[in-house]
Design a protein around this ligand. Structure first.
Ligand code: PAF
Length: 292
């Protein structure tokens, strides 16, 4: 198969905009023109999960805008910012293939003034799960997404369900700060064995990659137990622990929480989010499912 057969569509005229001022000016012009603008924010090193979100926008909007910005403020001092994978040339081609009209690709200097002193802090949903393990993470996410929304001014933004807590925190931010934007969610895209796609999967050794399917297997177990009528959170969590602990992965958390408040539940009586985070030597992976 030659390259043209493999890549049937390439958006030759995709614009790349590098400054917030230029992007904001372009966004204003798009709003004046009256079409619908959809937006996918990313940190780059794109995979099928991101591209599926871009395709959701392509189907619903007149203009597809994506951003690539590796946001330093959502990484803690001992986290993987420096090692986070980057490949802008590859990402650019993938965006063209996904039908992106405008790619916003700013620098950290352009996004944060050296003396920046305003932050967006969500205080309820951010304190649990990944927020407990990564203090300050959601403050960084909320701040950058608030900035991006002010710059891009989309009618709707599409986010992946894999980042379940992020999705809920950002919905709360949009509600509480009256951002005039709809948040649309896209399903988690998985590898053939069930591992959720993530830019961080690249860090796994071949042995860890093989074991990493345990997150998906654990979630499948939770679904099966729930379908059999098991409603005790402790019992379900214990079964999930058993699946993870036979691997080299270290459980960061396995939680069953209220799907809306993210508070832990003892009994599964209403929609619940089963969320897990597992650390391998190469990467900390997260995954989740909703049981309703
Ligand atoms: O999910 C991500 O990739 C990031 O957290 C986001 C939403 C692009 C903000 O930097």
């Amino acid at each position: 198969m030659d390259a043209s057969e493999r890549r049937p569509y390439l958006k030759e005229d995709m614009e790349i905009i590098r400054t917030p001022e230029e992007m904001q000016e372009r966004a204003r012009a798009l709003r004046r023109a009256g079409g619908t603008v959809g937006f996918v924010p990313t940190m780059g090193f794109l995979h099928e999960g991101h591209l599926s979100l871009m395709r959701i926008v392509r189907e619903r909007a007149d203009t597809v805008i994506a951003s690539i910005f590796l946001n330093p403020t959502q990484f803690g001092p001992n986290e993987d910012l420096d090692a986070y994978p980057r490949d802008f040339e590859r990402d650019e081609v993938l965006c063209r293939e996904a039908g992106v009209d405008i790619l916003f690709y700013p620098t950290a200097e352009n996004m944060y003034a050296a003396d920046a002193s305003v932050w967006v802090d969500e205080e309820a949903l951010s304190s649990v799960l990944c927020g407990a393990a990564r203090p300050g993470h959601f403050r960084g996410v909320c701040t950058i997404v608030a900035k991006l929304l002010n710059i891009v001014q989309p009618d709707f933004m599409v986010m992946g369900e894999k980042d379940a807590q992020q999705l809920r925190v950002l919905r709360r931010m949009v509600r509480d700060l009256h951002f005039p934007v709809e948040i649309v969610s896209g399903p988690t895209i998985r590898e053939p064995d069930g591992l959720a796609m993530s830019s961080r999967n690249k860090y796994l050794s071949p042995a860890e990659r093989a074991e990493a399917v345990c997150l998906f297997q654990a979630l499948e177990k939770a679904k099966a137990l729930f379908a059999e009528g098991e409603c005790t959170a402790e019992k379900i969590k214990a079964a999930l622990h058993e699946i993870i602990t036979v691997t080299s992965g270290e459980v960061d958390y396995i939680e069953i929480v209220d799907d809306e408040t993210l508070q832990p539940l003892e009994l599964l009586q209403k929609p619940v989010l089963v969320a897990l985070a597992v650390k391998f030597s190469g990467a900390r992976l997260i995954d989740n499912t909703v049981l309703a």
